[in-house]
Design a protein around this ligand. Structure first.
Ligand code: CO
Ligand code: CO
Length: 306
């Protein structure tokens, strides 16, 4: 698809009927449990394939591990988690590569396939399309609280489950309802990835922040100062691309800039299909899915916060 589009994954057309979709991602642990971490890392790595409406086929593990200071049993658990998640996605893990590294890191290079005509791009939303988000946000703030040993024990399984959840069924549903564009919400936060949907296009996004689903505790721990470094960078980058009408400028700028691990899909959907699509998403394991805004003809800014 070329390197000047900021789409989620690389596309290489093999034949008129077949395109390869490739992506790679890896990161440091976001939770302490190695089995959960392995699952989260692979769910996150697969996400860019789903965002493009493609089917992931094969993966290669990427591992950094401090073999001289940590037990290899931990690595085994990480890989076991990754393999479990890959299996759930119908992905065959062909192998991988590991390096000795002072910090743990894990992820996957993934290859998927799609019919070239069925690839969902991130910058093809049309004026009038509604904007759906499939998972609640706040994992950056909450995993920062976890790192600082401030996260209440009962919230850990809640955020872990969300990060482990695949975007596979959301992708299937959005294609069924004629999504015109899609991206996944990861490191640049909701606003950063929404900007990719509007930048250098004829559309702006009008977002109603009060409709954005938040993880329990996200606003509380934002107020208490669990602010990840990535959030600050994201907010600084996106600030002049926004027109903010809401009086709670700082609150929304921070929450909507929170970097997500294995976040949900941001989907542009024709307005006549939005209700049915939302119902189907909720039925398919995304109970917090919500219409959070709409695309319009280009306005004074790329993104307008109501
Ligand atoms: Co992405
Ligand atoms: Co990515």
């Amino acid at each position: 698809m070329g390197l000047n589009s900021r789409d989620d994954a690389g596309v290489f057309q093999i034949s008129p009927e077949l395109a390869l979709i490739q992506t790679v991602d890896y990161f440091a642990p976001v939770v302490d449990d190695p089995f959960d971490y392995g699952q989260i890392a692979v769910a996150n790595s697969l996400s860019d394939i789903y965002a493009m409406g493609a089917k992931p086929m094969v993966g290669l593990n990427i591992v950094g591990f401090p073999t001289n200071t940590l037990s290899l049993d931990i690595l085994k658990e990480i890989l076991r988690g990754g393999l479990l998640k890959a299996r759930e996605a119908g992905v065959t893990v062909l192998g991988g590569h590991s390096v000795k590294n002072p910090e743990i890191s894990f992820g996957m290079a993934v290859t998927g396939i799609a019919h070239p005509d069925e690839i969902v791009k991130n910058n093809t939303a049309r004026p009038g399309d509604l904007l759906i988000l499939t998972k609640p946000i706040g994992t950056g703030i909450l995993t920062t609280a976890l790192k600082n040993e401030k996260l209440p024990a009962e919230l850990l399984p809640v955020i872990t489950e969300k990060m482990k959840q695949l975007n596979d069924r959301a992708a299937e549903v959005m294609k069924r309802f004629g999504a015109t564009a899609c991206t996944d919400v990861t490191g640049f936060g909701l606003l950063g990835h929404l900007f990719e949907m509007t930048d250098k296009t004829d559309v702006s996004a009008v977002l109603d922040p009060s409709k954005v689903p938040l993880l329990p505790g996200a606003e509380e721990f934002r107020q208490k100062g669990s602010i990840p470094g990535g959030l600050k960078n994201n907010a600084k980058y996106i600030r002049d691309k926004l027109s903010i009408h809401s009086p709670d400028t700082e609150k929304w700028l921070q929450l909507l800039s929170d970097p997500q691990t294995s976040g949900g899909l941001l989907i542009a959907i024709p307005p006549e299909n939005a209700d049915a699509c939302l119902r189907e998403l909720k039925k398919n394991g995304y109970p917090e899915a919500a219409v959070i805004g709409e695309f319009t003809a280009k306005k004074e800014a790329e993104i307008i916060l109501k």
